[in-house]
Design a protein around this ligand. Sequence first.
Ligand SMILES: Nc1ncnc2c1ncn2[C@@H]1O[C@H](COP(=O)(O)OP(=O)(O)OP(=O)(O)O)[C@@H](O)[C@H]1O
Ligand SMILES: [Mg+2]
Length: 490
Amino acid sequence: MQWGSLRLKIIISHMALLTLLMLCFSIVLYDRLLGDLSTNLDNLLQSRAQGIAEAIDTYWEIEQREAQHDGISPTRLSKTNNPNFIKIAQRWVIEESNRPDLLDIIVQISDSTGTVIASSPNISQRLIFPKDIFQDALNGRSRFDTVKAPFSSHAPTMLRVFTKPVSENATVVYIVQVASPMTSIHNALADLKTILMVLLPLTIVCTGLIGYALATVTLRPIAAMIKSVQQITARNLKLRVPVPRSRDEIHDLAVTFNDMLARLEQSFDTQRQFVQDASHELKTPLTILEGEISVALKKPRTPEEYESVLKSCLEEIERLNMIVGNLLMLARLEDRAMVAERQPCDIGQMLADIVADMEVLASQKQVRLAYVPTPGLMVTGIPEYLRRVFVNLIDNAIKYSFPEGTVTITAYRSGGSITVTVHDTGCGIPEQDLPHIFDRFYRVDKARATGGFGLGLSIARSIVGAHNGTISATSSPEQGTTFTVSIPEH
Ligand SMILES: Nc1ncnc2c1ncn2[C@@H]1O[C@H](COP(=O)(O)OP(=O)(O)OP(=O)(O)O)[C@@H](O)[C@H]1O
Ligand SMILES: [Mg+2]
């Protein structure tokens, strides 16, 4: 696999994105679990402290009722510095601290001077908390703290402590402290960490492998396409890339590429054909020239004979000149470098001028030209080029008409375009030739001595195309032909 390959890029970016997502997910999960467990523990400690204070008060009330019944003095009824209250607190601790739900909870009860008066047996030594905890408690404020202290016989552990002052007549009389080791939270978080540390790389590696396999399968048609394309040169444009069966982007790419190859092939064929035709067309007058000159040079000639040969040569040179001129024009039209020269043209007027100019030619062939001038038909274009289109169409119509025939020219506005039709009553064009008459050097009957090059219609099509217009022909043999040109209106 190449380092810059698409497959590798897809896999690496996929894995990098997945790693990032998984890391974010893990951090959020860890944070939520820590938050939830801490809140649960705090709620538990708070409710335990509340329960303990209520239990002690219940004991104390029973004790008080008994004392009142025995007629004992009210001084003995105060909780502060009262040995009876201390005994009750201790009794509660002994009786209640064995309850299963309190096994893991340390309870420590202190009086208002900070002296511990009772503590649960699961405490290995007195818990000494920072002074500010007591100060806050004496001021009537409950608080949560996290401290490091020994628990049971274990080494010092992290404890979460809730300190709750209990007041009587707005004076703090004793302080309940409940604490719980944070081991369960730490264990749960450590478990989660282990799971994530195993799952994270495992998921990423698995995704990488699956991604690699998927990318290989997905890109396989592209590899096949690359191989085929490497074999295609200008000489074997017949080759095509394999089209995958699945209807996806790669399928579309292969189809588009094959279409492009087909167009290229056709354009190469056209070019080849064009070079052949052009060489052939140029070769004929050149051969005639060569023949005439070499015959003339065989023996001395009279000045009249030389003049006649030179005149004949001049005719061939004029023909060559016209072919080259037409080819140059076609090349220039394909370049489409004529946008700047456009100007408004009055088609109606242009046709009237052309008809007037061609009257002589038509009358020589005894053909009648019928045109009713139509004013105000404006298009944007190059007058010289547009004139060439219509001259060629009318010239063809006259050329291929029978004597006494009529060439009818009409011009009108239709759907945002100016349409011109040239209709003749001539020999017509056979159906099989109709699709080819706009090809370069195409002549229906080459043997017919019309003197044309077969370039007029292909030049006309290029000019009309450069004006964003269309040109088409309909014909029925022996009935006549109609050429229709449409050019967007000015
Ligand atoms: N009005 C028409 N009636 C019958 N055939 C036509 C008509 N116009 C064109 N054709 C046929 O189409 C061919 C191509 O026409 P095109 O104008 O390109 O060439 P051309 O007239 O032979 O030569 P050029 O115009 O280059 O002097 C003609 O040779 C002719 O066979
Ligand atoms: Mg022509």
